[in-house]
Write a new protein. Sequence first.
Length: 349
Amino acid sequence: MAKLAADLERGSTPEVVLGIESSCDDTAAAVLVDGHVRANVVAGQEVHRRWGGVVPELASRAHQENLVPVVHEAMRLANIGPSDLTAVAFTQGPGLIGALLVGACFARSLAQALSVPLIAVDHLQAHVLAHFIPGQGKSPELPFLNLTVSGGHTRLVLVRSALDMQVIGTTRDDAAGEAFDKGAKLLGLDYPGGPLIDRWAREGDPKRYALPTPRMDGLDMSFSGVKTAFRDLVQSVSGGDPERLNEERAHLAATLQNTIVKILVERTKEAVERTGCTRVGVSGGVSVNSALRSEMLRAADTGEWSVHFPRPEYCTDNAAMIATAGRFLLHAGIVAPLDVVPHARPPKV
Ligand code: KG4
Ligand code: ZN
């Protein structure tokens, strides 16, 4: 609050945006002061681990418990109080409806109580705008292509401006993150399995086994066939013997990771060729994956295009990206009514 008081004395009123994210199993709050991240707090939900995936009802309840402490912590770290806020941004969707409702109700009430603008943010747009969170080096110049890869979504987007994005390719079935998580479960690994596959794959030979890479029309992708083929592979390699699975886990993890990364990189290369856009961004939880990062960098080098990744903490679900997207909307004059409702599915494109 001291910095804000000093700003006010100088006559400048800082823009203080609170971001709230609750679309899946992370409860997150962030404070941006004049666009700069002053606090970025994320509380994960351990409760899903024993079920091997996110249980929507448990996620809603955990958001109810976590949201107030997470917002308090973000404000404490940012050294501000509620009366310093100049806008409240929240995730409107897509996501789990019960989880979204918790964040939406909180944000609506807070904006009403403080008489500040309420901003409804699209989660997938925010994953793209994570590139513009300050303090990460150079962000991609517009226009650029973005591969958004998360647990719930996988899409190629042509980003003309912060608020003008066109989906040019998407998964027809599962998301890439889902394929990582379900594959990890077959290998006896915890949820979320993506980071664990990444770790196990480092010790494995990605060429030991082969999986099919389905080809879709246009720039679309598919991961459900990969998942089914991987289930059959795990079964045929281990024969249901846990010891054999232990011996082969690293090779199987490397095979799965290599296949998913190959699909993502190939489609991105094709998108570059088709659009002629030579600046690429990769974001969303799966963009933390070490093999995806190195293979994208290699493809960019060969194809003479550039590739950008947000810092890992801004790739997985976070509220700094929600507040950043909220600022773009606010500056464009796009403010939500106080009775705005969340939506589980992405808007039609
Ligand atoms: O963006 P995110 O946090 O949430 C959604 O919007 O879905 O993405 C979560 C997904 C999970 O599927 C998780 O397994 C995956 O990102 N993930 C990874 C890695 N880190 C997170 N997948 C592969 N390798 C990683 N290192
Ligand atoms: Zn996400």
